[in-house]
Ligand binder design. Sequence first.
Ligand SMILES: *[C@@H]1O[C@H](CO)[C@@H](O)[C@H](O)[C@H]1NC(C)=O
Ligand SMILES: *[C@@H]1O[C@H](CO)[C@@H](O)[C@H](O)[C@H]1NC(C)=O
Length: 209
Amino acid sequence: MLLPTCLLCVCLRGSVYCDDNKLTKIPSLPRDTSYFYARYNTITSVEKKDFEGLDKLRRVNLSNNRIKSVDPGTFDGLPVLEELLISNNDLTELPGLPISLVTLAANWNSIIDSGLPSDGLAKLENLKDLYLGNNQLEHVPHGLPENLQLLHLQHNKIDSIANDTFCKPGDKTYVRKSLQDVRLDNNPVLLGSVPDAYICLRRLPTGQF
Ligand SMILES: *[C@@H]1O[C@H](CO)[C@@H](O)[C@H](O)[C@H]1NC(C)=O
Ligand SMILES: *[C@@H]1O[C@H](CO)[C@@H](O)[C@H](O)[C@H]1NC(C)=O
């Protein structure tokens, strides 16, 4: 079934380009796919079988579709997935994520607090960039990974910050070294209401103080 995919899409040395192709579901992908692009289609759901066995897959860009659901186990089983870009879709929850992930872009969806992993994000030890702006979140995700460098949460419904959101209230020597770029603008929260919340950060978040 690979031939039809590479007639419909462009397959080039491990990259499969299916942008703007009127797709309503993920086509059957060659086993050596490393980079997969299917932006600007009308895909509504992602099934586990779509990515099964693609153990070379490093980047998936499914931005600008209508994805509402992703089967459990779809992305978490992929051993080298580093970038999952799923902006501009209809998700209310994040899909399961592999620990290899470095960049997650899920901005412009409808993600709510209960759609984040209940055990937090800390296990994503490699995660550096987390784009969650323009969603429906009411709190900053908990368990922020230690290596996180960028956290974009602008245009959500976040209305409170706690003294342990970023820092460790019991440990005044703790410094969150990596996190440099936090956006909290266009949320109802007044960041100045908990002044101790940022003492471990090297740079203050953007937003209303
Ligand atoms: C993914 O696609 C979106 C939409 O075209 C684009 O803005 C973004 O830069 C892409 N990201 C990567 C890493 O290819
Ligand atoms: C952090 O906030 C909690 C809950 O409001 C409070 O009980 C605690 O004393 C605060 N810790 C510090 C060190 O300010």
